[in-house]
Design a protein around this ligand. Structure first.
Ligand code: FES
Ligand SMILES: [Fe+2]
Length: 380
């Protein structure tokens, strides 16, 4: 790794990272699929928008901006008729593109009788919405699970009192594994980005720690080496794969879905995911692996909460060991703002050229340049 990587101009001009006024284009989690039965409609507050989500009689989920263009009634209190959302008040009906298709009292449909529609997807047991009618890529996958049937289990959502870009970094903060979680690890980093899919993958690998009893137990059974990877998608989903390349266990998968809340805090939805195995033995195996994933998450969750509930984030004194965090911030700053942002950068105010609030500025280079500390860096 070379500290010169930190001199990229993107690092000096942050518009998206830790900016509560920008909502990046990406998939945002809405509710568990089972909460929306066929023929039902509900409204949700999502990234400061009111969104009506409904499941047509064909079983497909659709999403529209919630307030009716006639007099502003929330479509969430209305009905689903066939595959259309019908307003409770005067029964205007809207199709999945947001176009009004029926006004009971007259034949003519005014040109303005339409709503913004949003792309939707059902994955990992949840409904997801994208802040645009068309999403260029689906909700992110784990590489090992691509194309396979999966089973997912959600844990209780939690709130962190900071912007989601800040608490998302926890998984790649190498120093804190030692200081907060007491895991003495020297990790090597490899990095891959896929700008088309708006994802970035961090893989951290090293010797299995042996500085406490559970680390020693793990080392005995699982082997000497350990690796985990964190895939960030659209700056609002973190896909964590643990126990890579260890003995006896397949990789364990979980994701964190982040939603910014109006008060500046973040709702985090953890979901455990595994490949679906068939039959009664498969069922037992699925549930054991999901339980193990949960236990690993609980063991590592530790005291992270009190950090993020009190943090006033600054990045003025990052060290070389913090390189993954800098790469992450650069990745965030090249994402694309959505129409849900409360400010829209102008052409001259692109992610790489605008002014930024002081707390967002990222230093051109580390204040104290220490040696790379077993942290190898490769960009591809
Ligand atoms: S307010 Fe929706 S149809 Fe009148
Ligand atoms: Fe942590």
């Amino acid at each position: 790794m070379s500290p010169s990587v930190l001199k990229n101009s993107v690092l000096n001009n942050s518009t998206i990272f830790n900016n509560p006024e920008i909502v990046a284009k990406g998939w945002y989690i809405v509710c568990p699929s089972r909460q929306l039965a066929k023929g039902k409609i509900k409204s949700f507050d999502l990234c400061a928008q009111r969104i009506a989500v409904f499941r047509g009689q064909d079983g497909k989920v659709r999403a529209l901006e919630a307030y009716c263009p006639h007099m502003g009634t929330d479509l969430g209190i209305g009905d689903v008729v066939g595959n259309q959302a019908r307003c409770f008040f005067h029964h205007w009906a809207f199709d999945e593109t947001g176009q009004c298709r029926d006004i009971p009292c007259q034949k003519h449909i005014p040109a303005a009788a339409k709503l913004q529609s949003y792309a939707t997807e059902e994955k990992y047991g949840f409904i997801w919405v994208y802040p645009n009618a068309i999403a260029p890529t689906p909700v992110a996958d784990f590489d090992e699970l691509k194309g396979k049937e999966t089973v997912a289990k959600a844990d209780k959502p939690l709130i962190r009192n900071c912007h989601h870009h800040i608490c998302m970094m926890n998984g790649i903060d190498a120093q804190h594994l030692n200081t907060v979680h007491h895991l003495s690890v020297d990790l090597e980093l490899s990095l891959e980005r896929d700008t088309h899919r708006n994802t970035i993958d961090f893989t951290l690998s090293g010797d299995m720690p042996n500085n406490n009893w559970y680390a020693r137990l793990g080392r005995r059974f699982l082997g000497d080496r350990y690796a985990y990877s964190m895939r960030y998608a659209h700056g609002c989903i973190g896909l964590l794969t643990m126990m890579k390349d260890v003995r006896f266990l397949p990789p364990l998968h979980m994701l964190y879905a982040y939603v910014p809340l109006p008060d500046g805090s973040t709702r985090i939805q953890p979901v455990y995911v595994t490949q679906k195995r068939k039959g009664p033995i498969g069922w037992i195996k699925n549930n054991l692996l999901l339980l193990l994933t949960r236990l690993c998450y609980y063991a590592l969750r530790g005291e992270d909460g009190k950090i993020y509930d009190n943090i006033q984030f600054t990045a003025q004194n990052l060290l070389s060991i913090d390189q993954p965090l800098v790469e992450y911030m650069r990745y965030i700053n090249q994402l694309v703002p959505s129409a849900w942002s409360s400010i829209q950068p102008s052409a001259s105010d692109s992610p790489s050229s605008s002014k930024s609030p002081p707390t967002n500025s990222i230093p051109a280079q580390p204040a104290h340049e220490i040696k790379p500390h077993a942290l190898n860096h490769s960009l591809s």
